[in-house]
Write a protein that binds this ligand. Structure first.
Ligand code: CO
Length: 135
């Protein structure tokens, strides 16, 4: 597996509108807002260079983002690295002993293929791998 770039940094926020106002005041522009039903969250993307900030607000107390906010408060939730072939990356990392949250790629925000590695095998850091999908 060869990580190509930091695709985005996921940031957990209790209120997306307030957080968007904050990042706009810092000079960022919102590129995209979307509700991701299966992850029970709403997200807003703010591009920075080739990368993006992904603000995440939970829409249900059962959402992993709600649990994160409860435990750790607002802040950086995950780092997402872009790869060219997510299926290949997952089997390679599994063979190297990493614990995968997602054994197979699923569809994330923006229609990208995504998968998470378990923080217990990455020193406590939640890592997302993503592969852009060409339309
Ligand atoms: Co993400």
């Amino acid at each position: 597996m060869k990580p190509l770039c930091i695709d985005h940094i996921g940031i957990a926020v209790p209120n997306l509108s307030d957080a968007c106002a904050l990042w706009k005041a810092l000079g960022f522009e919102c590129e995209h807002r979307e509700s991701v039903a299966d992850q029970q969250l709403v997200t807003a993307m703010f591009p920075i260079g080739e990368s993006r900030l992904e603000l995440l607000e939970p829409t249900s107390p059962d959402s992993t983002i709600a649990k994160f906010l409860e435990k750790k408060g607002p802040g950086i939730h995950h780092l997402a690295f872009r790869v060219a072939d997510l299926n290949a990356a997952l089997s390679e990392l599994k063979a190297r002993g990493f614990t995968l949250i997602d054994a197979a790629p699923r569809i994330g925000a923006g229609g990208q293929l995504i998968a998470f590695l378990h923080p217990k095998s990455t020193n406590g850091l939640l890592i997302e791998l993503c592969q852009p999908v060409c339309p």
